[in-house]
Design a protein. Structure first.
Length: 420
């Protein structure tokens, strides 16, 4: 198909162009809940606003609007793939979010696949896997995670399961504690034992570069709504063989290369189209790609240093409050992204969150963060470590990102210090 390029709208000179990584927000509201849904970046909003007048069908229209939208959609696929270091043979499949992406891969597993996860995963990386999956205990350190995986894969290799595939599914950064997991080391262990590995990068990708080729990872999943592109798109990126051999995730238009007079006479497409039936989320894909492009052009080292300074300010401030206990899986100095979860002794977490919102206009998350096994374990550990018997059964989580300021962090600390 020949695609006719349509001229873009005029662009502002670089000196007057708004910061593409500036985030939208409501004046007076302090948003410290980025780990749940990050605010919209200017790059995403501008990309959607520019495309909206042209909005039309993708892939199957001959008009100028459809041609432009098809080009924008496929360019978005390439941009997102480049952002995560996709290899030429990898598929970049647009989904709704990380949960949707992991469920897609779970449906595509060859028969007899054993999935190995840790108990510290988000529900999205615990619940979709088939019966017979192996769940390893939450390790006390990153090195412990590597040793536990090596031992588990060695045990599986000695089992009477010759030739059956194994998939390791692990988070890149915990949505409860922000602690980073040793993805490169876990990938080396998986490779040495003949297993494949999936990384849930929902919390890692917004904070640090992720490169499939460099990490030697087979699959990666992420969400746009955590990456400053809240328009309902996510991706599954990775090796195409399992995905091309599996039945389509959804059956319908766009996923087929031929449908005969009898509807069982179907030839399914290969590549991303096989699992993208129906009208795709064009605006979500374009928004996600715009943020990926803006982050790729940014000084990620400077962004990381700024976030780490804010995180240290937050964690040091929490540690100075005698009635606050932070949750952690690894040691206090383990590498982490801009997330801190904690409890206020003697206070219900939902009540504290409501007070922060109502009185101080500060938004944080309370609960078990869709990682119930891990959060409950860490609450027990926090009680033992602090020697307190008055910790609540749920926690609070403050999460930082683009747009967070020192004043935001200080406002939270002051509000916690002055709880009535």
């Amino acid at each position: 198909m020949t695609v006719t390029l349509v001229p873009s709208l005029p662009t502002l000179p670089a000196s007057t162009r708004p910061d593409p990584l500036g985030v939208l927000g409501v004046p007076g509201e302090i948003n410290l809940d980025h780990a749940a849904s990050a605010p919209c970046a200017r790059a995403a909003a501008d990309a959607v606003a520019e495309l909206l007048p042209w909005y039309a069908s993708v892939h199957r229209g001959a008009g100028a609007l459809s041609q432009r939208c098809t080009l924008a959609y496929e360019r978005a696929r390439q941009t997102v793939g480049d952002f995560v270091g996709a290899r030429p043979e990898d598929h970049v499949i647009f989904t709704r979010n990380t949960t949707d992406a992991i469920n897609l891969l779970a449906r595509a597993l060859p028969a007899g696949t054993t999935v190995v996860t840790f108990g510290g995963e988000h529900h999205a990386n615990l619940l979709p896997w088939p019966r017979g999956s192996v769940r390893l205990p939450v390790p006390a350190s990153p090195a412990g995670a590597v040793r536990a995986l090596d031992a588990a894969l060695g045990e599986l290799a000695r089992d009477a399961r010759p030739g059956l595939p194994v998939l390791v599914a692990v988070t890149g950064a915990s949505n409860v504690t922000g602690e980073r997991w040793p993805v490169a080391e876990l990938a080396r262990v998986a490779r040495r034992n003949g297993a494949r590995i999936l990384v849930d990068a929902a919390q890692l990708a917004p904070h640090a570069p992720v490169d499939l080729a460099r990490l030697d990872v087979d699959y990666l999943a992420l969400s746009g709504h955590k990456l400053y592109a809240p328009f309902g798109a996510g991706v599954l990126v990775g090796r195409g063989d399992w995905l091309d051999e599996a039945p389509p995730y959804l059956s319908g238009g766009g996923a087929t290369s031929h449908v005969g007079a009898a509807t069982h006479e179907v030839r399914w497409a290969t590549g991303p189209a096989r699992h993208e039936a129906g009208t795709p989320n064009l605006l979500g894909a374009v928004a996600l790609a715009a943020v990926c492009a803006a982050l790729a052009d940014a000084d990620r080292g400077a962004l990381h240093a700024r976030e780490q300074a804010l995180l240290s300010r937050l964690r040091d401030g929490l540690a100075a409050l005698p009635h606050v206990v932070e949750l952690r899986t690894f040691g206090p100095d383990a590498p982490r992204v801009g997330i801190a979860s904690f409890v206020v002794a003697g206070r219900d977490s939902a009540d504290v969150a409501a007070h922060l919102a109502r009185v101080h206009r500060i938004g944080v998350r309370d609960g078990l963060f869709c990682a119930h096994p891990l959060a409950r374990r860490l609450l027990v550990e926090a009680a033992a470590r602090s020697g307190r018997d008055d910790l609540p059964p749920t926690a609070l989580r403050a999460s930082l990102g683009l747009g967070t300021t020192e004043a935001d962090v200080d406002a939270l600390l002051t509000a916690l210090a002055t709880l009535p």
